[in-house]
Design a protein around this ligand. Sequence first.
Ligand SMILES: N[C@@H](CCC[C@H](N)C(=O)O)C(=O)O
Length: 281
Amino acid sequence: MEFTKGHGTGNDFVILPDPDGALDLTPGLVAAICDRRRGIGGDGVLRVVRAAKHPEGAALAGDAEWFMDYWNSDGSFAEMCGNGARVFVRYLLEIGLATPSGAALPVATRAGVVRARVEGESIAVEMRRPRLYDTATATLGGLTLPGTAVDVGNPHLVCALPAGLDLAGLDLTRAPDVDPAVFPAGVNVEFTVPGDPVDDTDGHVLMRVYERGSAETLSCGTGACAVAAVALRDADRDTGTVTVDVSGGRLTVTVTDDSCWLSGPAVLVATGELTPDALLA
Ligand SMILES: N[C@@H](CCC[C@H](N)C(=O)O)C(=O)O
């Protein structure tokens, strides 16, 4: 089984080309591939399949040729992955499955069609505008933090740290406790502190994230979008551009009246051959 490894600000993925949807991909195989000691290692898997050939992509095949079949490292599905979409597009372009052009490149996902464009070394993806829909808390150790629930296609809870606490001090080796009544399908939790002003943007936030299905990761693109939307709300703004520093680098998020652009580096670092039987032994 052929694979490529890639990442966006350290959020890393194993990319599996499967144009005709023929791979027998199971939660167990995804977890084995993502195992950092016994497998390739990754925060998730991106299966590259023609939209027309995937049951969840077929309805979108008229709008996008390719479907991003995203899986978390524990073998669960997610509706959307912002960094994954950026790495997916880098892969399509480098392998020649899509041609660079002035027009935005559509990609089908479980959260609908997103559009991507190349911006120098970065890939930017346009997703739905984040929807702030509730308040909730996250408890980590003895600390309970209020936060804002945000829908970016997938669920997020954005919690600002109180003054005096720093991000580096958080223990994210285990999942924060959240209210399952608010998040029946689980949630990705972002912890934030304000950053110093950055030229040309309307806000600057530093974050760490504990991802549903993948534990702590170095970056979460949809999480950065959620964080940016909360920062703009707190600044009494509906739209604007926010710099979001994640553990693995820098992302830029622009929230418009009806969408959200996520921009940052997306790189491919290796290709090779997987042996599913050995991974599952
Ligand atoms: N890292 C991703 C989000 C991946 C999905 C998430 N773990 C979930 O289950 O919703 C991103 O860059 O957005």
